[in-house]
Design a protein around this ligand. Structure first.
Ligand code: ADP
Length: 471
């Protein structure tokens, strides 16, 4: 099958979070199964786009309301990522370093989607599947199904994957003229609560909707930032598929970002060496359990509670534990986490920012990874932690609930029910006990490294979805 993945992120071209990891991996594994999966991304000005070579495949013009923009479609020359990578370059809108958070994000991502459909149209391409990811590409199923200028594409099945239902890309009807002309009777497919809602539109118009874990699909019926009823209504065409991890990138025995690689055969010494490295870098004590957090410092991740969680844990266990935080986000939380450094020198540290290499070393060198998330559609961090022999401490929600079973229930992780300071500290205390139960601690670390969350398995589930639509 000829499958187009359209996304705002794709590792290593442009990544902000888990969406990037998924779009950077799934197409590669679809191709290994004999399909032709391609990725289409906006032409950002990132390290990858400036350091690699591209061929110009197409040039055109797109209309966005009263404005007109030239666009080019560039293809990465070597297919080094395991799939054909296309960038839609619209210099005025995307020749910038960041993926999101510009005032004109509505214009940027609407133009990207229109350019994609114009390109397909002008070059007479007829994909077997168009797979859209999150709200940034959520207007595509609507335009393909309803806009007369794209009517030749209306029999091409569309799939929407919801990686995060909190963000929906809302904008007002005063910008309706950004979209190609459609009959006014069709506008209901764009609207939710009186405004244009690209995520809602995709949920209505895509042939199939997937979420990145089965539990997240269940939770969205109860809590979806206003889309609960819609998701309940569209449930018959919806399905939860747990994300995989790219074991070519996330493999402790070959990971080039690690100071010391290791496998299940030498994980004890391998992890210990990485821990010593981390502890030297961050002035921590390698003989004590090392608790870590990696992620966006936002409410969804429970990051606002981290300062209190850390200070209570460090006060209750003076000089007995280490905590290391890697993240960026809410400036208030960043400030509080930075402040803590001066009170708990030698046992606590924080790196405020985004650092891919450090993330890998933390997964390798840590004993525990904290994920007190309020919302976690899938969560990749816990899957990387498992693979690297680091025991996850998670709140039972979304994908965390689907992938981590408490050690007390015969599982391998430490789980709690609430995103509360109390629950997390209770789990930290259990984790300290486990750390000193050397036999169980080591057995658990070895066991989790062998759990199979590879994309090989998961890619088959997506193929089954695509095939069900081609009948
Ligand atoms: P989300 O997409 O909600 O942010 P996921 O768990 O799905 O969460 O994916 C997070 C990804 O981003 C993981 O690959 C994680 O290692 C990475 N990541 C998050 N914050 C940072 C950071 N500050 N530095 C390096 N990597 C990070």
């Amino acid at each position: 099958m000829n499958i187009f993945h359209i996304s705002a992120e794709c590792y290593p071209v442009a990544k902000v979070g888990g969406l990037g990891d998924v779009v950077g991996a799934l197409p590669k594994y679809l191709n290994k199964l004999g399909h032709q999966a391609k990725v289409v991304l906006p032409g950002y000005n990132t390290k990858f786009t400036t350091e690699n070579e591209f061929d110009v495949k197409h040039q055109g013009q797109l209309r966005l309301g009263y404005f007109s923009f030239p666009y080019s479609v560039l293809k990465e020359k070597t297919n080094k990522l395991g799939f054909e990578l296309y960038l839609i370059a619209i210099p005025e809108l995307f020749d910038r370093p960041n993926v999101y958070s510009y005032e004109d994000d509505t214009e940027r991502f609407t133009a990207f989607q229109v350019a994609f459909l114009n390109w397909l149209t002008e070059t007479h391409q007829m994909p077997d599947i168009v797979h859209c990811h999150d709200h940034h590409t959520g207007l595509i199923p609507f335009m393909m199904a309803q806009a007369p200028i794209y009517q030749h594409l209306n029999q091409v099945p569309t799939v929407l994957t919801i990686h995060n239902g909190q963000y929906q890309g809302w904008f007002g009807f005063e910008k309706l003229n950004y979209l190609p002309q459609v009959s006014s009777s069709r506008l209901g497919f764009l609207e939710w609560n009186g405004i244009i809602n690209p995520l809602a539109s995709a949920i209505k118009c895509a042939w199939k909707v997937t979420t990145v874990s089965p539990s997240y699909l269940d939770e969205l019926s109860e809590k979806a930032n206003g889309l609960e009823n819609l998701l309940r209504f569209e449930r018959p065409k919806s399905l939860g598929i747990l994300n995989g991890i790219d074991t070519e990138v996330w493999n402790p025995s070959t990971d080039e970002l690690l100071p010391h690689t290791y496998s299940t055969k030498n994980y004890k010494t391998g992890k210990a060496k990485n821990k010593v490295f981390l502890c030297e870098e961050f002035n921590l004590d390698p003989t004590k359990p090392l608790f870590t957090f990696i992620g966006r410092l936002v409410g969804e991740k429970g990051a606002d509670l981290l300062p209190e969680i850390c200070s209570i844990a460090l006060n209750r266990n003076p000089n007995e534990i280490n905590i290391l935080i890697l993240g960026s986000g809410d400036s208030h939380v960043e400030h509080q986490l930075t402040q803590l450094k001066q009170f708990y020198q030698g046992n606590y540290n924080a790196y405020i920012g985004y650092n891919e290499k450090l993330a890998h070393i933390i997964y390798a060198g840590a004993d525990y990874l904290l994920m007190p998330s309020r919302v976690e559609p899938c969560g990749l961090n816990q899957l990387y932690a498992l693979r690297y022999g680091t025991i996850p401490i998670v709140r039972r929600t979304g994908g965390l609930k689907d992938t981590v079973l408490d050690i007390g229930d015969g599982g391998f992780g430490i789980c709690h029910d609430q995103t509360s300071v109390f629950d997390v500290n209770h789990s930290i205390t259990r984790a300290i006990d486990l750390f000193y139960d050397a036999k169980l601690f080591d057995q658990t670390r070895k066991k989790i490294m062998q759990i199979d969350h590879s994309w090989e398995k998961v890619a088959q589930e997506y193929i089954a979805v695509y095939q069900s639509l081609k009948k």
